[in-house]
Design a protein around this ligand. Structure first.
Ligand code: FES
Length: 325
């Protein structure tokens, strides 16, 4: 949580030795469109330079303090459902005083969104007991999905300029009835998993239509973020569900076996993740970015990720040295 005398922002923080002691950095693009309380511009005092009228973007004193989190969540949602899901998240978000900082208001539902290749990722967190209990219930997410479908249905019929009866309750009810919902709750571990699929008509070359399923939403709640599944494979399931013949895998958040999680994206040009690069470095003993590129294509286009690849090579070398010592 970041506080100035002007405002408060709630954001996930990464502590890095690469930053100068006492400095902090947050991209200026964070706004209400992407998160529940992350308008970084509000932290900057309204004083401006008398000549250029620029605000003091790089010279604002802030206080960074931890916000105790009760539980976290991760939702991957189909792009068609993003707007209604955001409407619903905003409706559920209330601002309450944080006990440790009576004068600071924080959202009961902390969320931020980021676009993935085939879906939208919504990260969730809550610092309140009430929300932490509520979102471990099936009813909470059933209501959430119902509202999302209703809003989606309404906006579709509005954009198509159809008569009012097209968004009648009956129509939303039939769309809801078509949804294939799977739920898993581990009460003892305080975890919930919830997957929604919907039939989708796929056009075939023969012009006949075949009904297949489309993943619309996959959500996971747990006390700690390490207990949530990685998003890479799940994200790919929004484009193609053939890798998930059983819903059990979607609920688990990973396929049965033989899958190597590519890890966080390092090379955006070639779509190569950190684990894939580490694998190239360690198993093939690559000792420079060129040989890594030859193996997995990372760093072979614009080159802006080469610094990160070199860092990974350095890190793997020092891990090896520690192992040998
Ligand atoms: S980001 Fe890796 S080559 Fe461009």
């Amino acid at each position: 949580m970041t506080i100035t005398e002007c405002s408060t922002v709630v954001a996930q923080v990464e502590v890095s030795k690469d930053m100068r002691l006492g400095d902090s950095f947050m991209p200026m693009h964070w706004s209400d469109a992407f998160a529940s309380l992350a308008r970084v511009g509000t932290l900057i005092p309204t004083k401006v330079d008398p000549i250029s009228a620029q605000p003091e973007l790089k010279n604002s004193a802030i206080v960074v303090q931890p916000l105790p989190i009760k539980s976290v969540g991760r939702i991957l949602v189909h792009p068609d459902w993003l707007a209604p899901a955001l409407v619903q998240l905003r409706q559920l978000t209330e601002f309450t005083s944080d006990q440790s900082q009576a004068e600071v208001s924080v959202p009961n539902l902390i969320w931020s969104i980021s676009r993935q290749q085939d879906s939208i990722l919504i990260n969730l967190a809550t610092s309140t007991e009430q929300m932490s209990d509520a979102w471990l219930t099936v009813e909470f997410w059933q209501q959430f999905v119902e509202s999302v479908v209703n809003i989606h249905q309404r906006s579709n019929s509005d954009s198509l300029d159809k008569p009012d009866k097209s968004h009648s309750p009956d129509r939303s009810d039939s769309e809801l009835a078509e949804l294939d919902t799977s739920i898993m709750i581990y009460e003892a571990a305080q975890q919930l998993r919830y997957v929604v699929r919907q039939p989708a008509a796929i056009e075939l070359a023969s012009s006949s239509a075949q009904l297949e399923e489309q993943l619309m939403l996959a959500l996971y709640i747990a006390p700690q973020s390490e207990q949530l599944p990685s998003i890479h494979w799940l994200n790919s399931c929004f484009a193609d569900l053939s890798d998930a013949p059983s819903v059990k895998w979607l609920l688990a958040g990973k396929p049965a076996s033989g899958y190597v999680d590519p890890g966080p994206l390092v090379c955006a040009c070639m779509g190569v993740g950190e684990n894939t690069i580490i694998n190239a470095i360690t198993s093939e003993e690559c000792d420079d970015a060129i040989s890594v590129g030859k193996l997995c294509q990372a760093g072979t286009n614009c080159g802006s990720c080469v610094g990160q690849i070199n860092e990974l090579i350095k890190q793997c070398r020092s891990d090896k040295t520690v192992e040998l010592a």
